[in-house]
Design a protein around this ligand. Sequence first.
Ligand code: FES
Ligand code: FES
Length: 173
Amino acid sequence: MATIIVNGARREVQAPNDTPLLYVLRNDLELSGPQFGCGLAQCGACSVLLDGKEIRSCITPLSSAAGKEVTTLEGLPARWAQQKSLSKAEAEKTLHPIQDAWIEEQTPLCGFCQNGMMIKATELLERVAKPTVAEIKEAFTTSGPSAHLCRCGSYTAIIEAVQRAATVMGKGR
Ligand code: FES
Ligand code: FES
């Protein structure tokens, strides 16, 4: 049992402390953004932000998230709205620029991996305002426990979507 803060809300979770955070998010909290791909920290489909850092929720026990802030794909719009101090009315009709860029670039193919791709992009662009192509590739390949894998080969579109989102997110910085 643990208290975690998920997308800005405190949630009391009754699951055992060694339950993978992914199971808690999907089964207990009904958040279907994070996906079960490999279950071994090898693909990135299950990624979420934990205190702003991308983690693989399939191998992260619930106890590791206790008292920390978890952001899932579902929480990205509110995260952006808070960062930009948007009004409630504005926030309700605003996606995160990364989500907008993913739509504009028509990035997903089957879509299964894209949760992790957008979470990774969020972590990167909150840290580096205008990453180079090399920095984008590094973020998605060697910076974490494994590369983020896309069986459909959407990698080029991901780079373009990250660059598009960086332009929007960088405005006013
Ligand atoms: S499902 Fe977690 S990294 Fe693949
Ligand atoms: S879009 Fe199908 S696995 Fe990436």
